[in-house]
Design a protein around this ligand. Structure first.
Ligand code: SF4
Length: 434
């Protein structure tokens, strides 16, 4: 299958686009001039139900929607576009709106970039002891863009791909020095947009470096949702699959961290064949998704998705809370609702689906999971725990936050029981203030 991209400049060529009203097309242009927009022929031909596009989760996942911007910002951009403002003005005004959308949440740019011999490794993050993230330069885009993406600034040229690097040698040197690292997560964008020979080069280099403490290579990817032909008909599909097999043949585990947002993405024959190909290399596929209003904020969607995943041999891994960036107002689900959706979905599936963890927030101190909502001596509170922490001693220690029906993110929470701060806060500020 030939890969065909559609973006703002050519989306009117999508064969099904005339199913949309003129107003909806204009809305795409307005919002798409602020937030990134890219889709492809697999998504439009095999996933979206065009007869029901307004409600269709995959359409909303991929096509900019009017309410993703504040009304005033939307109207401002609409006016500029209607008056045929020049490109530079549109770009300038779009950047002003983008700055209001918290483009760099969770201190990623400032806090997590390590150094090797006094030089910053700009394509690496090392936030948690055991896991290093590697952002290869060639993997910083995706086969399509999710409208909720928290990495949206890098697709709008705000970040100029500051994270990305090509030097696998520096990655390996850093790994050798850090014996606490057992896992490398290759991420993006989507690293599976890289050419097969580059994927092979990175994976082979990691294998041949023979690092005794390296046990697991993880690859974060949405290709199974957005372009499963990557493993079927792309001309270098076999090169990619062989590279995966080299990893497992070398005695390392290869965890393919697949990003699925809705069970509909698991239903095509194409994706099911691609899953079989990846699993045949010895890789394990684990799945993750944020919980998203307007796309998947119902327990029955999650229970059906986890059941289908397990049936196809995948391992449900994470339910995330949508990050405090971009169109969070449109996608955000309150923490209270998130826990309820998780709990209801979790109770409807069998034990082998309950490998999933969540709902979890990836925030500055670590990954914080909502264990539940409870009442102690008349005070209603959230029970929370770290799944991952900047200090691993924080992990798996329950702590309490005052209940708030409106809270959407960790920053909205206050400690319960008249505590002045959460148990980790002093140590966290020492980490950053030195
Ligand atoms: S695939 Fe991942 S990085 Fe790419 S747009 Fe979607 S969420 Fe963002």
């Amino acid at each position: 299958m030939r890969y065909q991209i559609y973006a703002l400049h050519n989306y009117r060529q999508i064969p099904q686009i005339d199913k949309l009203s003129e107003e909806d097309k204009f809305n795409i242009e307005v919002v798409g001039s602020v937030l990134p927009f890219k889709t492809n022929n697999y998504v439009v031909d095999e996933l979206i139900d065009w007869d029901n596009y307004k409600e269709d989760p995959i359409f909303i996942l991929n096509f900019p929607q009017k309410n993703m911007l504040d009304e005033a910002d939307f109207n401002h951009m609409a006016k500029l576009i209607k008056s045929n403002a020049d490109k530079a003005t549109i770009k300038e005004e779009a950047n002003i709106i983008r700055e209001k959308l918290n483009p760099h949440p969770a201190g990623q740019l400032e806090y997590n970039v390590p150094e090797l011999n006094g030089v910053k490794l700009t394509g690496v993050q090392h936030k948690y002891n055991e896991t290093m993230l590697f952002f290869p330069a060639q993997g910083q885009t995706c086969h399509a863009y999710c409208t909720f993406c928290f990495r949206w600034p890098q697709f709008t040229n705000m970040d100029e791909m500051k994270f990305a690097m090509k030097e696998i040698e520096s990655v390996i040197a850093y790994l050798k020095e850090h014996t606490e690292i057992t896992d490398v997560l290759i991420t993006g964008g989507d690293p599976m947009v890289m050419k097969g020979k580059i994927i092979d080069h990175y994976l082979t280099s990691l294998i041949e470096a023979n690092i005794p403490h390296l046990r697991n290579i993880r690859i974060g990817s949405k290709t199974l949702g957005f372009w499963p032909y990557r493993y079927l008909t792309d001309e270098d599909a076999e090169v990619v699959l062989n590279a995966f097999k080299k990893v497992t043949d070398a005695g390392l585990s290869l965890a393919f961290m697949a990003h699925f947002n809705h069970y509909r993405e698991l239903e095509t024959e194409t994706v099911q064949n691609a899953i079989k190909k990846i699993r045949a290399t010895g890789a394990q596929i684990r799945t993750q998704s944020p919980l998203l209003n307007n796309i998947n904020a119902k327990p029955e969607i999650w229970s059906k998705m986890w059941q289908k995943q397990v049936q196809l041999g995948l391992i449900p891994y994470y339910m995330f809370i949508a990050r405090d960036t971009g169109a969070q107002k449109y996608f955000g689900v309150t923490l209270a609702d998130a826990w309820e959706i998780f709990q209801k979905a979790y109770t409807r599936v069998s034990g082998i689906c309950r490998t999933v963890r969540g709902p979890s927030m990836s925030c500055t101190p670590g990954k914080v999971r909502i264990i539940g909502i409870t009442e102690v001596k008349g005070e209603k509170s959230f029970v929370l725990e770290f799944i991952q922490g900047r200090n691993s001693n924080w992990v798996a220690r329950p702590f309490f936050a005052k209940y708030s029906a409106k809270a959407l993110w960790m920053d909205d929470l206050k400690p319960a029981f008249n505590q002045e701060e959460f148990f980790f806060e002093e140590e966290l500020s020492d980490m950053f203030l030195g």
